[in-house]
Design a protein around this ligand. Structure first.
Ligand SMILES: [Zn+2]
Length: 439
């Protein structure tokens, strides 16, 4: 059975009032659907569903990931025979969650991405290289493939590895768009230089997996490096596997839009109360038009903020700012709340700061102690380095309201700290606080 037969072709021109009315209806339908079909929600929503609209959504319980890990299949609303695909979350904490999708959910996944590609200005004439993985239960690669297919665009399914082969494909097939992880784009540009290749066909990139914008929506160091290395327009996207949706930038690059007929977003404080637009909190999502495993008020663990008012592009589609970090990474320092991602962005904005590393320790009485190391070339007592440190302190104060003692090392020494975890990926933040971390 299909929850919703038809999708709206384009949600960009909907008015606020229309969005609200539509979401009220979709929420009621979804609540009725899960109360009837999902063993997990039937129990939890008993007696409190009523005729809840989005204004009353705060009355409903928040769905926490650790509870779902106990009862993953309690979410399933369809017969096993209707499952078309199973994907999994890739989070670094806890066991993965498995998300089943029906054929209808696959269509919804495709529709979500088709619209974003359309917002990016792509069409049937576009040739797109998908340089992210298509297998291993990873949902995004498949979602892009399905979305591009629905758009009628040409697809080069190159996968996530082998920089040399990726470059050869770009040079020979001349795609105009690439979908990749930003740091992989930098690896590709370094490899191109080494091989003497000039892959000049790309005009746009959809970048996933790493944030390329600061809280002010301006490109952070990673974004700037990709833009400069490739001379392309970068669109940042943030996806939630559990909800089968992605939040993506429009051509105004002023935050991440969501499709209001596919997902309802809230940003909540630690007590579970909605924060005002612009304030930081945990992103909580409710899915619409999902058949197999709809989610009601699912707490993502990601921290961001809502953006008020219409976007520069003129659309009333809701927007959030870039993800600042994980809720579990929140630091409480002398009464100020700060996230490692915000510290990193503030520091890497400063000319002369090559890299940085942040470590959190347990302080007394529940406070956190933070060691912030910056990688700067030159003698620490020289006026040049002192000026860089002054800029770094001002930047931290302005954008993170945080004034730590900055420790200076050479960029090579910081690089060693970044790799000290032994993992493949450089880790800017090391959390050695004593308390038990919760999601
Ligand atoms: Zn916009």
């Amino acid at each position: 059975m299909k929850v919703i037969e038809n999708y709206i072709e384009d949600t960009r021109n909907l008015e606020d009032a229309t969005i609200k009315e539509m979401q009220d209806g979709l929420l009621r339908e979804t609540l009725a659907y899960v109360s009837e079909r999902s063993p997990y929600y039937r129990e939890r929503l008993r007696g409190i569903v009523g005729r809840c609209g989005v204004d009353d959504i705060g009355l409903l319980p928040v769905t926490r990931r650790d509870e779902l890990q106990e009862d993953n299949w309690g979410l399933l609303c369809v017969d096993r025979k209707n499952i078309a695909e199973v994907v999994a979350t890739t989070g670094t904490t806890g066991n993965p969650l498995f998300i089943a999708l029906t054929a209808g959910d696959m269509e919804r996944l495709a529709e979500n991405e088709r619209r974003w590609f359309s917002v990016m200005g792509l069409g049937a004439e576009s040739l797109v290289q998908i340089a992210v993985t298509m297998d291993n239960l990873f949902v995004a690669g498949m979602a892009y493939y399905k979305g591009l297919e629905a758009l009628g665009a040409g697809i080069i399914r190159s996968g996530a590895s082998n920089a040399k082969r990726q470059l050869e494909l770009i040079v020979r097939l001349k795609p105009d768009v690439i979908i990749a992880v930003p740091s992989f784009m930098l690896k590709l540009s370094r490899e191109a230089e080494k091989l003497g290749l000039k892959p000049g066909s790309l005009k746009k990139a959809l970048l996933i997996g790493e944030t390329i914008r600061g809280a002010d929506m301006v490109s952070n160091q990673l974004g700037r490096l990709v833009e400069e290395a490739w001379n392309i327009e970068c669109f940042s996207t943030y996806g939630i596997t559990e909800a089968s949706v992605a939040f993506t930038e429009c051509a105004s690059h002023a935050g991440f839009h969501s499709h209001p007929d596919l997902v309802f977003t809230e940003v909540l404080d630690d007590e579970g109360m909605a924060v005002p637009d612009g304030d930081i909190g945990e992103l909580v999502v409710t899915t619409f038009k999902v058949e197999a495993m709809p989610l009601i008020r699912y707490a993502t663990g990601d921290v961001c903020f809502k953006l008020e008012g219409p976007c520069d592009c003129g659309s009333a589609m809701p927007r959030i700012g870039p993800v600042i970090g994980r809720k579990a990474q929140k630091l409480k320092v002398k009464g100020t709340t700060v996230y490692p991602g915000a510290i990193e962005n503030a520091l890497l904005k400063v000319a002369g700061v090559v890299n940085c590393h942040i470590t959190a320790y347990s302080g007394e009485a529940g406070t956190d102690l933070v060691r912030v190391v910056v990688g700067v070339d030159g003698d620490v007592s020289s006026p040049g380095v002192q000026a860089i440190l002054q800029d770094a302190r001002s930047s931290l104060k302005a954008s993170a309201r945080f004034t730590p003692v900055l420790e200076v090392l050479t960029p090579q020494e910081v690089e060693r700290l970044l790799c000290s975890a032994g993992g493949r990926k450089n880790s800017v933040f090391k959390d050695i606080r004593e308390r038990v971390k919760s999601l």
